[in-house]
Design a protein around this ligand. Structure first.
Ligand code: GLP
Length: 240
């Protein structure tokens, strides 16, 4: 893993946003793996500013999002589909038909997970995957578990995740389950960039980089990937 510590979220967003833009300049139909949460927002903002400056186009890009809540209407403002629309898709020239999500409301969950995994393979796999990290070391919604997950699946969210994300649901009952790409599928991306900012992530970051590789800390699996860059701010890097 390559570890890069930058001064603040804006600098990290610029570095990651520039990496995505460079890939799209090289390969306009690249397959992008996208993430939600607060951490990737500055990266999306930088991509939008590069698009507005005429430096990059998303017209031929294809995107796959890591995860989606179950039992939440797609049009709910806190669905990850809505998040991506607000934070990136509505502000660049991406073709909505080229943006892919797990359907957390599918009645046949196993079939939905297989559909999503097969679609990623059909387009040649993810070229560049953006990740955040949960306070418990989750990536996507792969919570601490006894074994590493492989393909997409439905997961029960961990108490710490419910606590961390409940603020977004302001009084409303937040979903208790989600569908997520598995750790094995995430590791098949050709290149991965992970962003972690703030002191609340420092312990998970230390365990991811310096701890043993264990499904109890799902992000530790990234130690096995040949092309991972981790972007940290000083607070998230404080225990290294
Ligand atoms: C969420 C998402 C993850 C994200 C993580 C951290 O629940 N499923 O993909 O990386 O939690 O979110 P944040 O960046 O808001 O701290």
């Amino acid at each position: 893993m390559k570890i890069i510590t930058l001064n603040d979220e804006a600098a990290i967003g610029q570095a990651i946003g520039d990496r995505f833009c460079a890939l799209l300049q090289e390969n306009p139909s690249a397959v992008l793996g996208l993430a939600t949460g607060a951490s990737p927002i500055p990266s999306y903002q930088h991509m939008i500013s590069r698009f507005k400056a005429g430096a990059v186009s998303f017209a031929k890009a294809r995107t796959f999002n890591l995860d989606e809540y179950c039992d939440l209407p797609a049009e709910h403002p806190q669905s990850y589909r809505s998040f991506m629309h607000a934070q990136l898709f509505s502000q660049v020239d991406i073709d909505p038909q080229n943006t892919h999500f797990l359907d957390g409301n599918a009645t046949d969950e196993a079939a939905e997970c297989s559909r999503f995994d097969a679609l990623i393979e059909r387009f040649g796999g993810v070229d560049l995957q953006l990740l955040g990290i949960g306070r418990n070391g989750h990536i996507g919604f792969n919570e601490p578990a006894d074994t590493f997950t492989q393909g997409s699946f439905k997961v029960q969210l961990a108490p710490s995740t419910l606590e961390a994300n409940s603020g977004y649901f302001s009084g409303e009952h937040m979903p208790t389950h989600a569908m997520t790409m598995g750790v094995g599928a995430i590791l098949r991306a050709k290149e991965i960039v992970l962003v972690a900012t703030g002191a609340a992530k420092a312990e998970a970051v230390k365990a991811m980089i310096q701890g043993e590789i264990t499904p109890q800390l799902p992000a530790s699996a990234l130690q096995n990937h040949p092309n991972v860059t981790v972007y940290l701010d000083p607070a998230a890097a404080s225990l290294l």
